[in-house]
Design a protein around this ligand. Structure first.
Ligand SMILES: Nc1nc2c(ncn2[C@@H]2O[C@H](COP(=O)(O)OP(=O)(O)OP(=O)(O)O)[C@@H](O)[C@H]2O)c(=O)[nH]1
Ligand SMILES: [Mg+2]
Length: 206
């Protein structure tokens, strides 16, 4: 297996603070504490690339990373770590600012190829996650679902939570998005996510 090379580029809230959109980009979004930063570290095999924390609401800006390589390609791509939504302890005003920033990024980032919407596999379907799926669908922003922390419970329970989420989505959508089940502890799902990224990267610029 190839070693990935990853580096942190920028941290910023506005388009002018972000790197030039010259590479295919993937954004990690999801509820606060769902495991976005951990998943980025797991994908890149670097422990402290993205800041992981027990305190929800740690990531406050759009954090851009440049990565070189996937499973069998050494093409470069970009990753964006976004602040979590639904952080209960943030003030209303603070939450509104983050929400606006996330929406702004998702709507305007021209190099964005796909959003990874992270869902905590331990929980039954959460309204703010369902709302985010709805919003992405309406905005026609491509996304996949990534169920996180699957090491924390028995696999049949993971499967039944995923099935429940699918049933909820089927109430509003005909086609279901691509889904991945992951763990940043065991690296479950890493190859599948990298293969997905590699596939999309291959069509960049065509
Ligand atoms: N067991 C287990 N713990 C995880 C996993 N992913 C994340 N965690 C833990 O969950 C907590 C939050 O992880 P983060 O990666 O910081 O979550 P985040 O989504 O980036 O959080 P914010 O930046 O606050 O939105 C940390 O204590 C992690 O160690 C996982 O796959 N398995
Ligand atoms: Mg984070």
């Amino acid at each position: 297996m190839k070693a990935l090379i990853a580096e942190h580029l920028t941290s910023g809230r506005e388009p002018k603070d972000w790197p030039k959109p010259t590479l295919p980009e993937y954004a990690f979004i999801g509820r606060s504490n769902v495991g976005k930063s951990s998943l980025i570290n797991m994908l890149c095999h670097i422990n402290k690339l993205a800041r992981v924390s027990n305190t929800p609401g740690r990531t406050r800006n759009v954090e851009h990373f440049k990565v070189e390589g996937t499973l069998s390609s050494d093409k470069p791509w970009m990753l964006a770590d976004l602040p979590g939504y639904g952080f209960a302890k943030a003030s209303k005003a603070e939450r509104a600012v983050w929400e606006k920033m996330i929406q702004n990024y998702l709507r305007k980032r021209e190099s964005l190829q796909s959003v990874f919407l992270l869902i905590d596999s331990r929980l039954e379907p959460q309204q703010n996650d369902l709302d985010m799926v709805q919003w992405l669908g309406e905005e026609q922003i491509p996304f996949v679902l990534v169920f996180t922390k699957s090491d924390k419970l028995k696999q049949p329970k993971v499967q039944s939570n995923v099935a429940q989420f699918k049933r909820k989505l089927k109430e509003s959508w005909e086609a279901l998005p691509t889904m991945f089940i992951t763990s940043s502890e065991t690296s479950k799902g890493r190859d599948e996510l990298l293969a997905f990224i590699e596939g999309v990267n291959a069509s960049w610029g065509k």
